[in-house]
Design a protein around this ligand. Structure first.
Ligand SMILES: NC(=O)c1ccc[n+]([C@@H]2O[C@H](COP(=O)([O-])OP(=O)(O)OC[C@H]3O[C@@H](n4cnc5c(N)ncnc54)[C@H](OP(=O)(O)O)[C@@H]3O)[C@@H](O)[C@H]2O)c1
Length: 342
């Protein structure tokens, strides 16, 4: 064994290995790694290899959802990793989300997810969107596929998944301060996470502050700008976050890649990030970000000045003619009293 390897082993034994994965500690002591692997758009035939590779590299947090259509393959990767002794179930953090057509069948939907993932429980279960669709409808064709979202009622069903031992923690996604506030006014089990789009072009500081004040962890999605979104969601000529001049300038200044800068921007503010990749080299690069990228005050200031309120996942696909949903009522940003207070 080389002297350098012995040195690293001794450091590890002392718990001093530089750049240990930062975590968020929940009230019950459970810890969620602040960097996880996203799986939206990872094709079923590539996601199994990607998840297995990620776990071998050291990822301990995987972000899944029923609607991604690949939980079965993620489950195969998890089962093989457990069977091969690469990692133990209790050392993994697995998130999944109830799709919009299952708000009246939350525990049934979670049981299907658990069967696909080959797990007895998920660490975190989220309401994917504050949008309700008829059961069996993945994406609405017209207003008849949609109905009123009853957040309080859906939240009660989420709470029962904890009672049943199917989920250890529950939370929401794509929720505004207004919709979160309604749940916070009357809950039995608290929402502990809000997963929302967040990056320097869409910083949502008022939402983050609201969540922080209420002890809710924010997980940032599309941290890298979601460049592989379906063409239908991608307007021509949109600004490309990974190619932004300021991001590149900061990256050059701190000796990191643009992706590294964008991920560390979130982690350094105490948010979780869940970059999606199916590429072994990028999986490795992303995992190394917490320990290899350091953003000083000057770098953070430059990134914090980049907000243009640009959503890559803008939710316009829910605003069907004649339905009760509009982009304004989805994000509740106009007249948000909390935003006005700041
Ligand atoms: N709750 C929600 O409604 C919601 C919405 C959107 C996303 N999410 C979650 O958040 C995850 C991440 O968001 P996202 O998938 O929209 O997009 P993202 O992570 O911002 O970007 C993914 C794209 O970046 C590329 N990439 C990954 N690492 C890179 C690196 N180091 N350098 C350059 N390019 C890199 C990926 O390509 P390769 O795969 O080829 O590396 C892919 O094209 C999703 O997968 C999903 O789990 C949740």
């Amino acid at each position: 064994m080389l002297r350098s390897e012995i040195f690293v082993l001794v450091l590890a034994w002392l718990g001093l290995v530089v750049g240990e994965m930062p975590t968020h500690k929940f009230k019950n002591g459970d810890e969620m790694p602040l960097l996880g692997l996203g799986t939206w758009k990872s094709e079923p035939d590539e996601v199994k290899t990607a998840v297995k590779e990620a776990i071998k590299l050291g990822y301990r947090h995987i972000d899944c959802a029923a609607i991604y259509g690949n939980e079965k393959e993620v489950g195969e990767a998890l089962a093989e990793s457990f069977n091969e002794g690469i990692v133990k179930r209790e050392d993994m953090w697995i998130t999944s989300k109830v799709w919009n057509d299952s708000h009246e069948q939350v525990s049934t939907a979670l049981k299907k997810t658990l069967a696909d993932l080959q797990l007895d429980y998920v660490d975190l279960y989220l309401i994917h969107w504050p949008i309700s669709l008829k059961n069996g409808v993945s994406f609405p064709q017209d207003k008849h596929d949609m109905f009123h979202f009853d957040g309080e009622r859906t939240w009660k069903a989420m709470e029962s998944t904890v009672d049943m031992g199917l989920a250890r923690h529950i939370g929401v996604s794509n929720f505004s301060t207004h919709k979160l506030g309604r749940i916070l006014a009357n809950y039995r089990i608290k929402p502990e996470v809000n997963q929302v789009e967040r990056h320097p072009y869409l910083q949502q500081q008022h939402l983050v502050q609201f969540c922080r004040m209420n002890g809710i962890l924010v997980t940032n999605y599309s941290s890298l700008g979601s460049g592989d979104r379906p063409a239908a969601f991608k307007p021509e000529g949109e600004p490309v976050l990974l190619e932004d001049a300021t991001v590149k300038e900061v990256a050059a200044a701190v000796g990191a890649t643009p992706a590294g800068v964008l991920l560390k921007w979130g982690i350094q503010q105490g948010s979780a990030v869940i970059p999606k990749s199916v590429n072994p080299e990028r999986l490795k690069q992303n995992l190394e970000v917490p320990e290899t990228v350091h953003l000083d005050d000057a770098a953070m200031e430059k990134l914090n000045a980049m907000d243009i309120h640009r959503r890559y996942v803008d939710g316009a696909f829910w605003a069907l003619a004649g339905s009760a949903y509009t982009v304004e009522t989805l994000w509740d940003e106009v007249g948000d009293p909390f935003q006005e207070e700041l």
